[in-house]
Design a protein around this ligand. Structure first.
Ligand code: ACO
Length: 314
């Protein structure tokens, strides 16, 4: 009988330093009013000395604790990040070492869609029987690739980590996943380095990204619901990538999902790329809104573009 990949633990971690919109007003030609109205972001966390692996470790320990699993119970670690600590080794192997686990571990890069891609990958290992427990992590230090003099991007991105433990379950878990990539959009959102050993900064055509995000994420949500024979009334919670409140509002409206069924954290977290969905998920689980048996829809899009969705019973 097929195993489902079911979330048995969630965890997250935010670096302690808070940077508010008012803080950004001091160094950029911007305002709290503009940032709030155009994005929904009020504040974000930024690392001081912490690495991507440091954040991932704390989030992972929290997820393992909720799942009542030890590092030695984990068969595979998949860490999605845009901001690995080194070109190599993979941040996932550093995390494996610091956790004291001995399983295979690899990084996965799909920018802000990274968590959805990592979950879909992990689902395959559990469904085909080659793993029982997988640690899936999204961890980012996006502040290291932001041009802090560019007001169009510096206001958006932030740091943090989220993690889940996915375990084999006979009854329920991930019911559908769908992934897409289209490399035609490279210039709309990218890091402007020419050589791999130069650290560039994010360049973005905001208006273009906005339209693509609304269209692709609405389409993949509609496709997911159709494939699962569901309507938005069957969704208990949508946990979207936290990029912009206006993007999320537009998608919710298009799929006829009331906003009070959407977990929103971008006011406090900003856009933490691959970490944003597991961070929001952990908030919803720990404050009691997301309950066992709930049907959840995750969806994310990131540079490339790559995008996708996961529909799961919690
Ligand atoms: N403060 C004040 N003014 C600003 C700022 C700022 N921080 N940034 C831009 N402006 C100005 C512009 O210069 C422009 O001025 P002008 O009219 O005099 O030329 C004006 O505000 C409007 O600029 P737009 O770019 O048209 O503003 P828009 O409403 O599109 O909002 C934003 C910009 C917030 C970037 C929006 O396009 C957006 O969120 N796009 C999606 C980007 C995104 O989410 N990227 C994340 C990565 S991908 C992902 O995660 C989905």
């Amino acid at each position: 009988m097929k195993n489902f990949a079911r979330i048995t633990g969630t965890g997250s971690y935010l670096p302690p330093k808070i940077v508010t919109n008012f803080d950004l007003e001091k160094t950029l030609d911007t305002s709290d009013e503009w940032i709030t109205a155009r994005t929904g972001i009020k504040e974000r966390r930024i690392v001081t000395s912490e690495s991507t692996c440091d954040l991932a470790l704390e989030a992972s320990l929290n997820a393992l604790s909720m799942a009542e699993k030890k590092p030695e119970d984990i068969d595979l670690i998949i860490l999605s990040t845009t901001t690995p600590d080194k070109i190599f080794p993979a941040t996932a192997t550093m995390l494996q070492n610091r956790l004291g686990a001995s399983c295979p571990a690899f990084d996965l890069q799909a920018v802000c869609a990274g968590f959805v891609f990592a979950m879909s990958n992990a689902q395959q290992y559990i469904e085909n029987g080659s793993a029982k427990n997988i640690l899936v992590v999204g961890s980012e230090t996006m502040s290291k690739i932001v041009d802090w003099t560019d007001r169009s991007t510096a206001i958006l991105f932030a740091d943090g980590a989220g993690a889940v433990v996915l375990s084999a379950d006979k009854n329920t878990g991930i019911k559908h996943s769908k992934l897409y990539s289209d490399g035609n959009y490279l210039s709309s959102l990218h890091v402007n380095n020419n050589r791999i050993n130069e650290l560039g900064t994010i360049e973005m055509e905001g208006n273009e990204v906005f339209k693509i995000a609304v269209n692709k994420l609405s389409e993949v949500a509609e496709e997911t619901l159709t494939d699962c024979n569901m309507t938005s009334e069957n969704i208990d919670w949508m946990v979207p990538h936290q990029a912009n409140i206006r993007i999320i509002n537009a998608i919710a409206k298009r799929i006829k999902l009331p906003l009070d069924k959407v977990i929103l954290t971008l006011d406090k977290h900003g856009n933490t790329s691959a970490a944003s969905i597991p961070l929001a998920l952990d908030v919803g689980v720990r404050d009691g809104r997301i309950k066992k048996g709930d049907t959840l829809l995750f969806e994310g899009i990131g540079g490339g573009f790559s995008w996708g969705s996961i529909l799961t019973e919690f």
